[in-house]
Ligand binder design. Structure first.
Ligand code: IPD
Ligand code: CA
Length: 252
């Protein structure tokens, strides 16, 4: 495969930081109640900040890598060429719009459905998570070495839920975790949830339906940290389970 992956990783890292800074700059207008916000569905919002940030990423990728395709949460897809950039300009939009700090920029480069590199930038904490296939995962400049743990050391899992899935399944997952003595959190950003799994801050992540742009960067970052990821295709997206292997029989 003759793809300049190192160049693309450098592009993605720089763009994720630029996009994070741009999104942060919109927070001033948010505080002044001067940001256009549209409700796309139940608990599903998009703001001018999401749209402008995605536009920045999309335009710059088209300029630097015109041969690549693009799929973004807010501006849709243009699929051509061997690879496609899969982008969420602000993952955790609800948090962002309520001025919580838990949101991020997520950029992946995907070939034949497999992410080859991923970058997740958390501007609130200036943390850049990244991975390139076969080259490991990093938090800023530090290599992430997953602690595989064992069943006794699984303590806390991050969960995702949206109105696109069955509430009963989500509640049953929480019940099963409690039965095993495992606690959970739901922080409202799948991308950052996965990045934190790679960094050992959670033992796992699970969501019954999720879009590609929410998870593709996180998938390769978790894999390259040496952990388990299982994706099952669903109409228009995926079900994802990830984390220490001991969670596989528990997260069903
Ligand atoms: C959402 C977040 C949330 C997940 C939802 C996603 P958005 O993305 O990742 O954690 O549970 O399924 O849609 O709307 O904040 O970009
Ligand atoms: Ca998202």
């Amino acid at each position: 495969m003759n793809i300049a992956l190192h160049d693309r990783l450098a592009t993605a890292k720089k763009l994720a930081r630029d996009a994070g800074a741009l999104a942060l700059s919109y927070q001033e207008r948010l505080r002044r109640n001067d940001l256009v916000i549209i409700e796309k569905g139940v608990q599903d919002f998009v703001s001018e900040a999401d749209q402008t940030t995605e536009r920045l990423i999309r335009d710059e990728l088209a300029r630097q890598h015109p041969e690549d395709g693009f799929l973004g949460e807010e501006t849709g897809s243009c699929l051509h060429g061997q690879g496609v950039w899969v982008v969420d300009p602000i993952d955790g939009t609800n948090n962002y719009l309520r001025q919580h700090r838990h949101w991020c920029v997520s950029i992946a480069y995907v070939v034949d459905g497999e992410p080859l590199l991923g970058v997740i930038y958390d501007p609130s904490n200036d943390e850049l998570f990244s991975a390139l296939i076969g080259q490991g995962a990093y938090l800023n400049d530090c290599r992430l070495h997953a602690d595989h743990g064992n069943a006794d050391r699984v303590r806390i899992v991050n969960l995702g839920y949206s109105a696109k899935t069955e509430l009963q399944h989500y509640l049953r997952t929480i019940e099963r975790l409690f039965e095993q003595g495992i606690d959970h959190r739901r922080h409202g950003s799948a991308a950052l949830g996965l990045a934190h799994v790679a960094a050992g801050r959670f033992d796992g992540y699970m969501e019954a339906f999720i879009n590609a742009w929410d998870i593709m960067a996180g998938v390769i970052i978790v894999r390259e940290a040496g952990l388990w990821v299982e994706l099952q295709t669903r109409p228009g997206g995926y079900a994802i389970r990830a984390g220490v292997p001991a969670l596989a029989p528990i997260l069903v």
